[in-house]
Write a protein that binds this ligand. Structure first.
Ligand code: F3S
Length: 399
């Protein structure tokens, strides 16, 4: 890899041990993937923030980078943590977990990271532009950035994203290269879609058809409209079930017009969508439901407004978590939505989510509108899951 004098100085340790380590990570990755050079990373988002996932080994690495003088050189935010940073007790998090989670956040903070914890960085001020090279690591956000924004990122791991933050650089390979962003398979959707849960089911339905293909960049046609909430749900689902880091949607995503439809073509019809819903929905009686959650990926303010509209003057009967980024929660506070929602007994789980919080064993049955939350609810926490439309999820909490 060709390095410029500043990059060489970083690699030689002239800017401190943490920057040196970061440069070693990036040059090693670059060599493995055949990158010729490093390019500026205009934005970074780091996953691996919950102490539940990091453990002591991950925390030691972060503390080593912090004491080694690491400082961010580009806008950097975090993925959700394992708890609501301000209201962890309300969510039943133990003081010991909270202590360790705070050590993680302190390590990031001392490196100059903005400790806003959200998987929708584009909703909370870390919002790159079309064509920007960035280094994000949350899979749903990576898919959103590449596909919906038209920014360019590989699916970074926590350490490589931190390395990008501490050097302001990322190796030029993978989705940073135009050639690698070309669609490889056409997918015609012959089904009307409405709402986050339909778009989540679509991600799973596509993954079932893509199984036999190794390189998966879908060019999707047949969808007449998709709003921000639907696209973030779809990104989370197709990243989870198909491992996709980019797709193009004709008439909707910004790079779709650059490409011809690939000749290999698949179809998704209503039956495929219905089957996908069934795959992640168990047969569940109302009285079995003990956990309801909205906000995977983190909620936008419009979605919180809708929850407030439905819950106004009512009382929830189930544990109901509303997960979002802190800046969005603050907007909800100022618009009066939080007061209405909290008066109903529903809880904001700000900075965290129903997957990264340490809740295994506390609940048995999760109801949500998110296909991704169904996947991890079952695989990580052994929950039975039920996928419902957004409004029906709120109604389920009231029964
Ligand atoms: Fe975000 Fe947690 Fe879902 S990190 S995408 S809310 S699993």
């Amino acid at each position: 890899m060709k390095l410029n004098p500043q990059e060489k100085a970083m690699l030689d340790g002239k800017e401190g041990p943490a920057t040196q380590k970061a440069m070693q990570i990036l040059t090693t990755l670059g060599k493995i993937y055949g990158a010729e050079k490093l390019i500026p990373a205009k934005s970074v988002q780091i996953a691996g923030v919950s102490y539940d996932n990091l453990g002591e080994a991950g925390l030691s690495f972060l503390e080593e980078m912090a004491t080694g003088g690491g400082k961010t050189r580009t806008i950097t935010t975090l993925n959700p943590a394992g708890m609501d940073i301000e209201n962890w007790e309300k969510l039943g998090i133990s003081p010991e977990f909270a202590r360790n989670q705070n050590r993680v956040l302190e390590a990031f903070s001392s490196m100059g990271v903005n400790t806003t914890c959200s998987c929708t960085p584009y909703l909370v001020g870390n919002n790159p532009n079309y064509g920007d090279n960035i280094a994000w690591s949350e899979s749903s956000a990576v898919c959103y950035a590449n596909s919906v924004i038209g920014a360019r990122t590989n699916r970074e791991g926590g350490p490589s994203a931190l390395a990008a933050a501490l050097t302001g650089k990322t190796p030029a390979y993978g989705y940073h290269i135009e050639e690698n962003r070309k669609p490889t398979v056409s997918i015609k959707v012959n089904s009307s879609l409405e709402g986050t849960y339909h778009f989540g089911a679509l991600g799973l339905a596509i993954s079932k058809k893509l199984d036999q293909h190794t390189k998966k960049i879908p060019f999707i046609t047949g969808i007449s409209s998709a709003n921000l909430e639907e696209l973030k749900s779809f990104c989370a689902s197709i990243a989870t079930y198909a491992g996709a880091a980019i797709f193009h949607m004709q008439g909707i995503t910004p790079e779709a017009y650059l490409y011809d439809q690939p000749s290999q073509s698949l179809e998704i019809n209503e039956r495929d969508i219905d089957q996908a819903k069934l795959i992640i929905s168990s047969k569940i009686e109302d009285e079995e439901i003990d956990f309801v959650s909205l906000g995977c990926p983190h909620l936008a303010i419009n979605e919180i407004a809708r929850i407030a509209e439905i819950l106004k003057g009512k009382e929830v009967k189930k544990e109901f978590w509303i997960t979002t980024g802190r800046p969005t929660k603050k907007t909800a506070d100022s618009l009066g939505y939080s007061k209405i929602i909290e008066a109903s007994g529903a809880k904001f789980a700000t900075d965290t989510c129903c997957v990264v919080a340490p809740i295994k064993g506390r609940f048995k049955t999760l109801v949500t509108d998110s296909a991704k939350a169904c996947y991890y609810g079952a695989s990580k926490n052994n929950f039975k899951t039920l996928l419902l439309p957004f409004d029906d999820v709120v109604e389920a909490a009231l029964k």
